[in-house]
Design a protein around this ligand. Structure first.
Ligand code: SF4
Length: 396
């Protein structure tokens, strides 16, 4: 997987003052991928050292008042061309820089004040569809013993739990908010495992409960709150779905967004609210672009066929009518299932980074869809699913 990285984050002395800003987590990532070091200011041939620069509207000015807009544009163009040519889908760029900044930049007053905006290179790359994150995202998504990766597995995908080197096990019945009456259906086991997969700290929940079994959205999302209490910041949801004809095919998929058609929301239930600061949660980028891009890169590197698309969560338990399948297709839905959407809402409310992976076990609306056929499809794709999850964990 090719990843463009701001050279100063890797310790190169290319900043205006002749220094660098090395970040351990970014350097570790760079060692595991094909990293392309970029520095648009160096590419522009700007002298080092020189006075600092900030964005003033569309222009870039040195503190001395010199207008360096053209030089910055030249360097950004050269680096953007190089990044696109390299095939990198991901760029890790130095936060707040007038060249590399993503989301926030200094406001041109040299007072340390930040405003929403992008550096000149980030502007160019956004036109090319490259996923851009700062060193803060890489740091925040880095797993550790204090911050293990939570993995919640759906129908037929629970075997991944067998990969965990266990440190301890937690009976779901000991998880606050998990219903005492809940019993696993075929293909599920109700015991979380805390441990490591290939040395990466994880907590694996090898089964879940569903709204269609009569549980509330607060109960269905109790595992997410539990993972958050354990310190998890990244959470992977894996679910079985139907592929909406014309939108996706049977096989593995990466979820890009969701439509909640269950008619429920854990943030509208009192029990679910106890753990969140505000129920008015921003649902933009509910599925973290950084994690999605890494998953895509891993799949491509390993030759695993995956598609990407929007997930629609329905209440179930019956499958979709032909009219519903047609409606879902018209809505731009690729995958339809009976889980995940409420859990993602809860994870987002708790500030967690979500990766959604699905196994589309059948075509939505196809006749004779049975629980057994879902398990059979899961079995067929078990190896690829395992390689994909392990590959993502390795890069975090
Ligand atoms: Fe770092 Fe980007 Fe500035 Fe170069 S242009 S020093 S890579 S922030």
């Amino acid at each position: 997987m090719r990843v463009a990285v701001s050279a100063c984050l890797l310790g190169e002395p290319v900043r205006f003052d002749g220094g660098s800003k090395p970040v351990r987590e970014v350097m570790e990532l760079a060692e595991k991928v094909e990293a392309r070091r970029v520095c648009p200011e160096r590419a522009a041939g700007l002298p080092v050292p020189r006075p600092p620069a900030e964005r003033v509207g569309a222009r870039v000015m040195l503190r001395t008042g010199e207008d360096v807009t053209d030089a910055f544009a030249r360097g950004a163009c050269a680096c953007a061309r190089e990044i696109v040519r390299s095939g990198a889908r991901l760029a890790v760029l130095k936060a707040k820089s007038p060249s590399c900044g993503v989301g926030l930049v200094y406001d041109g007053t040299y007072s340390g004040r930040l405003v929403p905006g992008r550096g000149v290179l980030a502007e160019r790359l956004s036109e090319e569809g490259v996923c851009m994150v700062t060193e803060d995202t890489v740091r925040a998504c880095k797993p550790s013993v204090e911050h293990p990766v939570a993995i919640v597995l759906g129908t037929g995908l629970g075997h991944l739990a067998s990969l965990v080197r266990p440190v301890r096990r937690i009976d779901y019945q000991d998880i606050e908010g998990f219903p005492a009456s809940a019993r696993p259906v075929a293909g599920h086991r109700f015991e979380a495992t805390v441990g490591t997969i290939d040395g990466v700290p994880v907590v694996v929940y090898p089964g879940r409960i569903h709204l269609y079994q009569g549980y509330s959205a607060a109960e269905v999302t109790s595992l997410v709150r539990h993972a958050h209490h354990l310190g998890c910041r990244d959470i992977v949801f894996a679910c079985a779905t139907g592929a909406v004809p014309g939108q996706a095919h049977v096989g593995l998929g990466i979820l890009t967004d969701q439509i909640n058609l269950t008619g429920r929301n854990p943030l509208a239930e009192w029990d679910g609210l106890r753990d969140v600061e505000s129920p008015f949660v921003d649902m933009n980028e509910a599925y973290a672009p950084y994690l999605r891009t890494i998953a895509r890169g891993v799949a491509d590197d390993l030759g695993i066929a995956v598609e990407e698309g929007v997930y629609a969560g329905v209440l179930g338990p019956c499958f979709e009518t032909p009219a519903e399948v047609a409606a879902l297709g018209a809505l731009g839905v690729s995958y339809v299932g009976m889980s995940t959407v409420n859990e993602v809402i809860m994870a987002k409310a708790l500030g967690m980074h979500v990766l959604g992976l699905t196994l589309a076990a059948n075509e939505s609306g196809a006749p004779a869809v049975s629980h057994e056929s879902v398990l059979e499809a899961a079995e067929r794709h078990a190896d690829d699913f395992e390689r994909l999850v392990r590959g993502v964990l390795r890069l975090l």
